[in-house]
Write a protein that binds this ligand. Structure first.
Ligand code: FA5
Length: 337
């Protein structure tokens, strides 16, 4: 045993003497001390099988050898690094290599801005599950089975009669079920639709807003949307409401803003109309209040929805939604925000 230890020591000494740079020394270190296949590691393993009488002496010899190997490697490393310094001066005035700081994804940035705007207005932030039941996604929102409005939102169904929510409106229902008015909430999150082109993605993000109390009117809705749109784009703009249909609101509307690119005079971005579509809104339908046990004679409310990608695309002049999901650093680095 002792002679085996002695032999390894000699081989090590000659290996370490031959190693002339840090990489070669690292290789010697792995060969002798490597955790899996190191020569000394194997020796320590053999210690377990050594006859009892020899074990103590053998253990001491191996430990001495290990200490010798570690000390010799340390000394050799010091020598190599001193030699490198002596080979040429190090220019301590050279600037360091800059670390590029990470940034938030443009969707995350817009999402945070939207949250901030509504929190400032006293709204609460609510969440709901991305996998929903038919009841919350459709039925409670006054969209019964066979209702043609279901075709407008091509749905991904999953096992067990569940579905991937097609909008954030189910969070309205969940919040109303849990609380009594007054309610002033927004919900931001992922939604899913069988939909894909340059402005539509199968997975995208929506914002849902809901305000319910006594005496809430359409004028409150318009003022809220106008304030929100001005804040989110950081400029004065006009808001336009057009009659539209969503089964869970009555009256329902789509809302547009005066074009943020041309100011309303008409350009290619707004297709000459002077306006840009933002989202859907309206007064909560009495049938929805009945589903959650609110008295529609006593309470009124407004709700609105919008797409987060759409705001990000408008704010940054992005014309293909897919750029937002490709994680191409050359694209993402343009939004240091
Ligand atoms: C809705 O989803 C309604 N729940 C909104 C609503 C809420 C109306 C409350 C009334 C009251 P709509 O299907 O229009 O509405 O979608 C809202 C916004 O989501 C659109 O304006 C658009 O900006 C965005 N959007 C819709 N489909 C996609 C898609 N496939 N990819 C990216 N954005 C989308």
């Amino acid at each position: 045993m002792q002679s085996r230890v002695q032999g390894i020591r000699q081989r090590f000494d000659s290996d370490v003497a031959r190693a002339k740079d840090a990489a070669a020394l690292e290789e010697v270190r792995t060969r002798y001390l490597g955790r899996r296949a190191g020569i000394l590691t194997a020796l320590l393993r053999d210690l377990r099988d050594a006859p009892k009488a020899e074990r103590a002496a053998f253990g001491k010899a191996v430990n001495d050898l290990k200490a010798h190997v570690e000390a010799a490697l340390e000394a050799a490393r010091g020598k190599v690094s001193r030699a490198r310094t002596a080979a040429g001066p190090i220019d301590l005035t050279l600037p360091g290599r800059a670390q590029r700081p990470g940034t938030f994804h443009p969707i995350t940035q817009v999402r945070a801005l939207i949250e901030e705007i509504f929190l400032e207005m006293g709204y609460t932030l609510e969440t709901g599950p991305e996998i929903e039941t038919d009841f919350y996604n459709f039925e409670a929102l006054n969209i019964p089975p066979q209702h043609p409005a279901r075709d407008l939102q091509d749905t991904f169904y999953v096992e067990g009669g569940l579905l991937l929510r097609t909008h954030t409106s189910p969070v309205q229902i969940r919040t109303m079920q849990q609380r009594r008015p007054p309610i002033k909430m927004v919900a931001l999150g992922k939604v899913f639709r069988r939909d894909s082109d340059v402005t539509h993605s199968p997975v995208f993000h929506q914002v849902e807003g809901l305000v319910v109390s006594e005496g809430i009117t359409f004028a409150h809705l318009k003022g809220t949307l106008q304030h929100f749109c001005r804040r989110v784009f950081g400029k004065e703009l006009r808001l336009r409401l057009r009659p539209s249909y969503f089964p869970f609101v009555e009256p329902g509307a789509e809302y547009d803003i005066s074009c943020i690119f041309c100011g309303g005079s008409g350009c290619s971005r707004c297709k000459g109309s002077g306006f840009i579509e933002m989202g859907g809104a309206g007064m909560v339908h009495p049938a929805v209040f009945e589903k959650v046990g609110y008295d529609p004679e006593r309470y009124t409310g407004f709700a609105f929805g919008l797409g987060i990608e759409r705001i990000a695309m408008l704010k940054h002049g992005i014309d293909d939604i897919r750029l937002l999901y490709e994680n191409d650093l050359r694209f993402l680095q343009q939004f240091p925000g």
